[in-house]
Design a protein around this ligand. Structure first.
Ligand code: SAM
Ligand code: SF4
Length: 335
């Protein structure tokens, strides 16, 4: 049978096949986390953002070519008013078996409102970002947030049957003192907790060399109080998991700065303006909006060319945290 280039999987120049798409549906957010955004952010004009139909068409295209996992992110995905229509539309790929997982990463502030609809759309798991349980520190980190909304969002998600995983960005100082409480909070409620090393993305008005905490240091410190055993929980992603014997729960470590996970990378990211980023730690991106407006064949051609050129590894340098390695903010691509 002749080789059909149109249905071939999306494979890069290093033999890695892309099966995971992270789709940013908005650059906007109701919070301004200090490691992610500047205090005064200028958001994109709405006309620059892909329509719901364009987001759905691009998702369909990726799914037809081997993407099995789709994560909606932002900015904050739940601040986009019509996002539930997108979830409803995408859920048909779960029903027909084309997609293994439809999920989202959220700050949780609007989760209470949407948890049941998400569950009805076939979402099974959700990642909620929460770095502290202290209301004042939460407000200081997020510059705007009210922690009670996140806590009710988490409870509503669990009541709706969603499995919740917490994500926390590690930082020097108070975070280290509070981490034991966060671990207990998560594990007592059946949630895994993943710690993320701060990445030098975008100008935030803060000197990251003062806040960034290498997870290797943190793990050494945790091992003095907790019994951590390596665990084979595989998400296909960059997290390495340890089981905490005292709680039975899992603790994930995402170490882009101090540990190179690029060899196993199976993911690409699409911004809400339709730019495809094949590596978070690289400035390069390719526009898909103009080709999509021409034809799906043109969009597929652009996707294939971009993936073929996916960089072998990211360009972060742990010794250079004082200035952004990449000018774009984390909120452009949503992690
Ligand atoms: N607004 C949603 C949220 O906060 O979960 C989704 C988008 S947010 C950009 C995705 C994840 O990136 C969050 O877990 C957040 O903590 C993390 N993040 C933001 N800026 C970061 C940075 N500079 N380094 C590492 N992680 C970061
Ligand atoms: Fe918003 Fe998420 Fe960035 Fe915080 S980390 S500012 S919640 S996009």
């Amino acid at each position: 049978m002749p080789f059909d280039a149109t249905s071939a999987p999306l494979t890069d120049g290093f033999g890695r096949t892309v099966s995971y798409l992270r789709l940013s549906v908005t650059d906007r957010c109701d919070l301004r986390c200090t490691y992610c955004m500047a205090e005064k952010m200028i958001f994109l004009p709405k006309r620059d953002v892909l329509t719901l139909e364009e987001l759905a068409r691009l998702s369909d295209l990726f799914i037809r070519h081997g993407v099995r996992k789709l994560r909606l992110t932002g900015g904050e995905p739940l601040v986009r008013r019509d996002v539930m229509d997108l979830f409803r539309d995408l859920s048909r790929h779960l029903s027909n078996g084309a997609l293994d997982e439809l999920t989202l990463t959220t700050n949780g502030t609007l989760l209470a409102r949407h948890a049941e609809t998400l569950a009805a759309c076939g979402v099974r798991r959700v990642n909620v970002s929460l770095d502290t349980l202290d209301p004042e520190r939460y407000r200081a980190i997020t510059r705007l947030g009210d922690i009670s909304r996140v806590l009710s969002g988490i409870a509503a998600a669990q009541d709706a049957g969603l499995k919740v995983k917490l994500n926390a960005v590690a930082s020097r100082g108070a975070f280290e003192g509070e981490l034991d409480t966060l671990i207990r909070f998560a594990h007592e409620r059946g949630m895994d907790l993943t710690l993320i090393e701060e990445m030098p993305l975008g100008e935030t008005g803060q000197d990251r060399s003062r806040t960034a905490l290498p997870l290797s240091d943190l793990q050494r410190d945790l091992a003095e109080r907790w019994t951590l055993t390596p665990h084979r929980h595989a998400t296909g992603g960059p997290a390495r998991f340890m089981q905490v014997r005292e709680t039975g729960g899992l603790l994930g470590f995402i170490q882009p700065m101090s540990c190179n996970f690029c060899a196993l990378c199976n993911r690409v990211r699409l911004s809400c303006t339709g730019r495809l980023y094949t590596c978070m730690g690289d400035e390069g991106s390719v526009d898909l909006r103009a080709p999509l407006r021409h034809s799906e064949a043109a969009a597929l051609e652009a996707i294939r060319r971009a993936i073929a050129a996916k960089p072998e590894r990211h360009r972060f340098d742990a010794a250079r945290m004082d200035s952004p390695a990449i000018a774009r903010h984390m909120s452009t691509l949503g992690g």
